[in-house]
Design a protein around this ligand. Structure first.
Ligand code: PEP
Ligand code: MN
Length: 447
């Protein structure tokens, strides 16, 4: 018996992950309210379709073979209150511009994946937070509770799962509409890049790079052989009640798919070999990724790969390395060498954000542009030293002019952080910083 793709809850039989320990799950105060939200989600339409997920998997197989480059980025945590079409448009445009610059630098087609339309749940290092003697549950993302520091806001509310499903649907609708506009010829990536280069401290060099891009075939989004408007969605598959309620059996193939986004990843804090997340991910057919931090050993990584990609299915598994600028050159070579020696066809990409978070004097979390660039450079050094394809970059960024990370083209300092610090969780590169990063990287690549 298969569950039809659309319409029928997929939670009738308890899947195997339910008996396993699941880290980072909220303490929902009311089981019947959770059940009702899960039932609603189970009856909801899929946000993405299995054939789209398969298409992304084929493109990620090209990444793993060294024939394409992956650009993945977006908010650390999407916000229900701040959802705004213009801002989503600016983030999508920034991703396009990054894809254009990096695709040209690598001389490869680019696969573009947003951290959006579903990125609403956050793993946290502590379960409570204390301010002025008051201890409350920590903010776990808009999928779970509110960020305001009040007992009411911080109480997990399962109805939020339905709200973030609806917000994801609306966001995805916009993203698909932007893609259609691009297909109709209104791409603005070129103007944005020219403008950025003209205003940059490295103007001469960057204008030269833009001219090179134009000569090589113009400034249309660089998805190469792919449809220019394609933008896939991704998020951390953290809340298993949500993901499992939005899992469907594909009527054509009988395979199970998460239909909440095209690509889901397992975070650094929830990738335990015998944990519920790995078991859930093993049972879906989407392309998946896993974050890999400096504490992982080679044996652990090989076992993780065995569980998540036992068939060695090209494009199935992408490893998102997030080591920190200081450690990447020491830790990464061994991991790549062992996986490569086993002949495993994974894609390697760099998240140069999550190993480089620091506390600013004002108490906010921030990241130094130079540390981000340094980790990225280390990733390219290590991969090219081992003859392995540097498959892509995973960035926390926004098209908005926020002040969350320090350094880069706008020259932001710690003192600037309070001006426009909007992130509910980790600090993002703003548009100028993200483009500066892409141009700086492009400048060092042979392509
Ligand atoms: C994230 O991507 O926002 C995140 C929490 O990353 P990691 O799991 O690598 O810490
Ligand atoms: Mn983050």
């Amino acid at each position: 018996m298969t569950t039809p793709l659309v319409g029928v809850p997929s939670v009738q039989s308890a899947p195997s992950w339910r008996s396993l320990p699941a880290r980072q799950q909220p303490q929902w105060p009311d089981a019947s309210a959770l059940d009702s939200a899960v039932q609603t989600l189970g009856r909801s339409l899929p946000l993405v379709f299995p054939r789209e997920c398969d298409l992304l998997k084929r493109r990620l197989a090209a990444v793993a073979r060294g024939e394409a480059f992956l650009v993945q980025g977006g908010d650390c945590a999407e916000s229900l209150d701040a959802a705004d079409a213009a801002s989503i448009g600016r983030t999508v445009a920034t991703l396009r511009q990054l894809a254009t610059v990096l695709g040209h630098a690598m001389a490869l087609p680019v696969v573009t994946v947003g951290r959006l339309a579903g990125q609403y749940a956050k793993p946290r290092s502590a379960s409570t937070e204390t301010r002025d003697g008051l201890e409350l549950p920590v903010y776990r993302g808009d999928a779970v509770n509110g960020s305001a520091f009040t007992a009411a806001a911080r109480t997990p509310d399962p109805q939020r799962l339905v709200r973030i499903y609806n917000a994801s649907a609306a966001t995805l609708n916009l993203v698909r509409a932007f893609g259609m506009r691009e297909r109709m010829g209104a791409a603005e990536a070129g103007d944005g890049l020219r403008e950025f280069a003209a205003g940059s401290p490295s103007r001469e060099r960057y204008e030269e790079l833009v001219a090179g891009i134009e000569q090589a075939g113009g400034l249309v989004p660089a998805d190469g052989v792919h449809t220019p408007g394609d933008l896939f969605t991704s998020h951390e598959g953290l809340l298993l009640d949500y993901e499992s309620a939005l899992t469907r059996t594909d009527v054509d193939t009988g395979k199970r798919y998460a239909v909440s986004g095209h690509l889901l990843w397992i975070g650094e804090r929830t990738r335990q070999l015998d944990g519920a997340h790995v078991a859930y991910f093993a049972g879906i057919s989407n392309p998946i990724a896993v974050k890999v931090g400096p504490g992982i050993g080679t044996d652990e990584l090989l076992q993780l790969i065995d569980k998540l990609d036992p068939e060695r299915d090209p494009g199935r598994l992408t490893l998102i390395v997030r080591m920190g600028a200081e450690r990447i050159r020491d830790v990464l070579p061994d991991l790549i060498a062992k996986v490569t020696a086993e002949g495993i066809p994974v894609g390697w990409m760099s998240d140069p954000m999550h190993g480089n978070t620091i506390g600013a004097p004002c108490g906010r979390k921030t990241r130094r542009f130079d540390d981000v660039l340094d980790e990225l450079s280390g990733f390219f050094e290590v991969t090219s030293g081992l003859g392995v394809h540097p498959g892509g970059v995973h960035l926390e960024l926004t098209g908005d002019d926020v002040t969350e990370c320090v350094g880069g083209a706008p020259g932001l300092t710690f003192d600037d952080l309070p001006d426009r610090y909007r992130s509910l969780c980790d600090p993002r590169l703003n548009r100028e910083q993200a483009l500066d990063l892409a141009f700086r990287l492009a400048d060092t690549l042979p392509g």
